[in-house]
Design a protein around this ligand. Structure first.
Ligand code: ADP
Ligand code: MG
Length: 474
């Protein structure tokens, strides 16, 4: 094995034995997923895929990503409160993208009725890759920001112990000690707890909107457990349950099964396939309520790829964050090239650029959850088909980030150990709570490193492509 760590191993036999120890430790720590065969209400589990060793990441990049997280929190929140900006930015997209249009519709309805919610909670994760640079250090470039259902804060809190274990087995105790402590699940729970407290009703609950089939339930349970330890009770319900048993009183307080809800935490509702007619109605009911939604519909819209692209336009950050030139500079430094595909000259130029050098770009629709972006030949085909149609405005074009690949050893349940060329994606978890116009909390609460083989252009851990990892700061 050609990685730095691999040279610590004598032979294949030692690798197999070490991998087995790592897997056992992962199981013992609770780095778990339900299996794809039994994804719901099952006690059959396996470990979440992970790298045998932590991956080397320059500390400067980790520090930069942490340092810009509070700025991203404020930026997302500023966008969510700027109805005119959202309307203008998403206008061309919602004409052609039904999903974004429906979300936007709910946003408009809530604004029209008047927002009952007074406490706002953001739990997000900003994701980056490290652009390789032949003549200098790599650069931190944002892939996207997740403002709804940002996951793996729970499981990744359990992985430092696994990697420390692996290095300790190899008598690398100093190295083991350098693996960063990381407990996003505590920080995420703290944000929910703060919002719950500000809502101000001692008997109210947290309602976690869950999917019926949820392989990643232990990630969510980690946060639930933290809340219960603070005596805050969480109930898990589906959208269907909300439409059957949810209601609002005359003050638009939300009740579920007769119990008041202080905070609604969405771990569902970010993809079109997750909504039936009934589910859309349930979402509207939740949004109209006084309960703290994490995220509210405006904050979900603030996380769309179209918004990301417009934020990179000259002067936009300055307008959204007036009087904060340092924050603006930190944010802008992480932006890759982002291009509008709206009809008109600017969009035509972007199409031409992508067709002339397809390997340098990614075509992105307004979707979350992995596996939706188009690269290479597929991107060219799509652009040829879309280039004269208004439908192209439902996509954005993004510069493709090219990290320097490295060898890593990937462990997956039921698969042989694979040593392959990989790249990583670093996510930073951010939490903010706003009460009226006052920020009560604005912080970063931990990180997530995911690593995947270079043969996969797209997709995260849940999509079965990337695996959990830890940064080893160098
Ligand atoms: P999603 O909302 O589906 O997670 P992302 O924008 O995060 O969408 O893209 C999914 C994956 O595709 C990322 O995790 C990353 O591996 C890859 N990807 C996305 N954008 C780029 C880019 N500009 N350069 C290189 N890879 C990218
Ligand atoms: Mg992503």
């Amino acid at each position: 094995m050609a990685t730095g760590w691999g040279s610590l191993l004598q032979d294949e036999k030692q690798l197999q034995a070490l991998a087995q120890e790592a897997v056992d430790r992962a199981l013992a720590e609770g780095v778990l997923l339900r299996t794809s065969q039994q994804p719901s209400c099952s006690d059959v589990v396996s470990y979440a895929p992970f790298t045998l060793f932590p991956s080397l990441v320059p500390s400067a990049l980790i520090e930069q990503a942490y340092a810009v997280q509070m700025d991203f929190n404020l930026l997302v929140d500023a966008v969510s409160q700027n109805a005119a900006f959202l309307e203008q930015t998403l206008a061309s997209t919602i004409r052609r993208d039904d999903f974004t249009a429906r979300l936007f519709d709910i946003h408009k309805q809530v604004l029209k009725e008047g927002v009952a919610q007074t406490v706002f909670l953001g739990l997000n994760r900003s994701d980056y890759m490290f652009q390789h640079n032949a003549d200098g250090p790599p650069a931190l470039k944002q892939i996207e920001i997740n403002t709804i259902s940002a996951s793996f804060g729970g499981l990744t809190s359990r992985t430092p112990a696994v990697h420390r274990h692996v290095l300790s087995v190899l008598n690398k105790n100093q190295e083991a000690a350098r693996i960063l402590s990381n407990e996003p699940c505590k920080g995420l729970a703290l944000g929910i707890a703060k919002a719950w407290e500000l809502y101000g009703s001692a008997n109210a609950l947290v309602l976690l909107i869950a999917q019926e089939k949820e392989r990643n339930i232990f990630d969510q349970r980690a946060i639930e457990n933290e809340l219960l330890a603070r005596n805050i009770h969480v109930i898990r319900r589906r959208f269907e349950d909300v439409s059957e048993k949810g209601s609002l009183d005359s003050d638009r307080r939300l009740f579920m099964d007769g119990q008041e809800v202080a905070v609604v935490y969405f771990r569902d509702g970010y993809m079109p396939s997750q909504y039936s007619v009934q589910n859309w109605e349930a979402r509207l009911l939740l949004e109209r309520s006084r309960a703290v939604k994490c995220p509210d519909i405006a904050t979900q819209l603030a996380g769309t790829k179209k918004v990301q692209q417009e934020l990179s336009r000259r002067g936009v950050l300055e307008r959204l964050l007036p009087g904060q030139p340092e924050a603006v500079a930190r944010l802008r430094a992480t932006f890759a090239g982002l291009y509008s595909l709206d009809m008109g000259e600017e969009g035509d130029q972007a199409v031409a650029k992508a067709l002339a050098a397809p390997q340098r770009f990614v075509l992105k629709p307004q979707r979350e959850g992995g596996g939706n972006n188009l690269y290479g030949e597929e991107m060219v085909e799509a652009l040829e088909r879309l280039k004269d149609s208004e439908e192209r405005a439902s996509y954005i074009l993004m510069e493709k980030i090219e990290p320097k690949p490295f060898d890593s050893c990937l462990l997956r349940p039921g698969s042989p150990i694979r040593v392959v060329q990989c790249i990583s994606e670093l996510g930073i978890f951010g939490v903010y709570v706003r009460h009226g116009q006052t920020y009560v909390m604005n912080k970063h609460v931990g990180h997530l490193l995911r690593t995947k083989a270079i043969e996969h252009a797209d997709g995260g851990v849940a999509a079965g492509v990337a695996v959990l990892d830890n940064p080893y700061p160098v």
